[in-house]
Design a protein around this ligand. Structure first.
Ligand code: DC
Length: 225
């Protein structure tokens, strides 16, 4: 596989995009770009700078000056917001909600899409998110759309939270996922939808290894076609 492809992975929250994307990127020696982390960092930036989501002028100024850097590390990417490592902070519950709220705003999406296109312009990237195959890279070489039923997704998130020592119930996680699914898929601009030419992967009953194998074989087959 000499060509450096752009691989898009979209799907709802906790559908296993990032875990799969990370492993696939490792196998292909590609760069993994987690675009959700960029919306999360933008949301956090509004808190740091005390910018209200309704204040378009302040939001525009914030976005004009924003610097989001993704550093690739074996143990997981580090996200820097204006020079500060915010990798852990952006995973907290308040930012999870805020990231979905800020993601409905047109000027925020325009800025993120511009940054994402720049990051992927030379190929050799796996980008995951909600609108990668539809808006960011509609001509991506490979597009996958990951789905899993909400109970499976909630259980996965709950296990992760437990491992991190967080005290949150399965019910709370499921409620948050349902809210976010709705918010992300019913917004006016670039809602979460499956691109027509995306390959759906329902991973409810699949292990990560099985998903990675399946996607890798699609890419390998496509690259020989
Ligand atoms: O993938 P994630 O859960 O980290 O994403 C956080 C939020 O960011 C998600 O609820 C919606 C938004 N998002 C988006 O609108 N478009 C993307 N490409 C990625 C994320």
């Amino acid at each position: 596989m000499n060509k450096k492809y752009v691989i898009a992975i979209d799907g709802p929250a906790a559908s296993g995009k990032s875990t799969t994307a990370k492993q696939l990127a490792k196998k292909l020696k590609y760069i993994y770009i987690d675009t959700g982390a960029m919306y999360r960092a933008s949301g956090l930036c509004t808190i740091f700078q005390n910018v209200s989501l309704d204040d378009e002028i302040a939001l525009k100024k914030m976005l004009d000056e924003i610097n989001i850097k993704i550093e690739y590390a074996e143990e997981g990417n580090h996200i820097y917001l204006n020079g500060e490592d915010v990798s852990e902070r952006i995973r907290e519950a308040d930012i999870t909600k805020l990231s979905s709220q800020i993601a409905v705003i047109g000027i925020v999406r325009d800025k993120m899409v511009e940054l994402q296109r720049k990051m992927g312009e030379n190929g050799g990237v796996i980008m995951d998110g909600r609108d990668i195959g539809t808006v960011v890279f509609p001509k991506a070489d490979f597009k996958f759309f990951m789905i899993a039923d909400v109970k499976t997704r909630a259980l996965r998130r709950w296990k992760e939270a437990k491992e991190k020592g967080e005290n949150i119930s399965l019910d709370e996680i499921e409620t948050e996922l349902i809210w976010r699914d709705k918010n992300d898929s019913t917004r006016d601009i670039s809602p979460l939808i499956q691109a027509e030419d995306a390959i759906p992967i329902d991973n409810s009953g699949m292990t990560i290894d099985e998903q990675v194998k399946k996607m890798y074989s699609v890419i390998k087959r496509g690259s020989n076609a």
